[in-house]
Design a binder for this molecule. Structure first.
Ligand code: NAD
Length: 255
């Protein structure tokens, strides 16, 4: 591959901004997408000295029009597309058993976590096919293939990500397109903090301890670690690696 062109969503967040920094350092052309404009400005400042070229797009990843527009924008700017790293996501904000979670919360979590991945792949795929191949990396979670009480809507959205990624890996393998899922467990990000507060509202430190105790190495993940796995899957992984999930979880899923 000459200079790769990739899209990263959730680029203002913990894992997304780490992925953008790593990709720009590697010399890639990166379109960084997020709904948080200030966050994108911060990421752009951090990447000023990188080798790659950075563009930004403020967008809602769950909205068809927005996704079509940012994919088209990347293709127009750099003449094609080699990959997309779908990272944007939200927690439920409602840590309750299923019957007590609002339907609105379910719909919004599915929209932002699952529909966004559907749309990102749908509009990127024709350009990857036109390029003769490419890579898709989607972000699942430990809860994309396991479950936890009070996380039903989030689990639903992330399990969907694995299902659609595997289908795409099968459908587009003949076009030299790989599709894989990186599955972090708890990370040291804003979303990690939200989970800690949701698990133990009276004592978020206890929430963090519960999250930490799930790993064999006595800590939560660093956003840079999950980002690095995604960057590897995008740029470096052997062509035969497709349709897999890669946990980044301190052996949590070995239990
Ligand atoms: N942090 C964790 O503990 C953890 C664990 C497992 C999986 N994950 C997954 O990893 C990914 C990254 O999480 P993070 O910890 O970096 O979270 P984060 O909250 O730091 O970042 C998420 C980013 O997504 C953006 N975003 C949310 N909704 C959007 C929308 N509709 N349109 C555009 N952008 C939107 C936010 O603005 C934010 O910048 C998510 O998919 C998350 O579900 C996180």
């Amino acid at each position: 591959m000459s200079t790769p062109t990739v899209i990263v969503t959730g680029a203002s967040g913990g894992m997304g901004s780490a992925a953008v920094r790593q990709l720009v350092e590697r010399g890639a052309n990166v379109l960084a997408v997020d709904r948080d404009e200030k966050g994108l400005e911060r990421v752009a400042e951090e990447c000023e000295k990188g080798d790659g070229e950075l563009g930004t797009a403020v967008a809602d990843v769950g909205t068809t029009r927005d996704v079509e527009a940012f994919v088209a924008g990347a293709v127009e700017r750099w003449g094609g597309l080699d990959g997309i790293f779908n990272i944007a996501g939200i927690g439920t904000g409602e840590f309750k058993p299923l019957a007590d979670v609002s339907n609105e919360t379910y719909d919004e979590v599915m929209r932002v976590n699952a529909r966004s991945v559907w749309l990102g792949m749908k509009y990127a795929l024709p350009h990857l096919v036109a390029r003769g191949g490419g890579a898709i990396v989607n972000t699942g979670s430990h809860l994309a293939w396991h479950a936890a009480p009070t996380f039903s809507a989030y689990c639903a959205s992330k399990h969907a990500v694995i299902g659609m990624t595997k289908a795409v890996a099968l459908e587009y393998g003949p076009y030299n397109i790989r599709a894989n899922v990186v599955c972090p467990s708890a990370m040291d990000t804003a979303m990690g903090q939200e989970a800690a507060e949701g698990i133990a509202p009276e004592d978020p430190q206890l929430g963090w301890k519960i999250l930490i105790d799930q790993s064999a190495n006595g800590r939560v993940g660093h956003a840079e670690e999950s980002a690095a796995v995604g960057v590897w899957l995008l740029l470096d992984a052997p062509q035969h690696i497709s349709g897999i999930i890669v946990p980044v979880d301190g052996a949590q899923s070995a239990k």
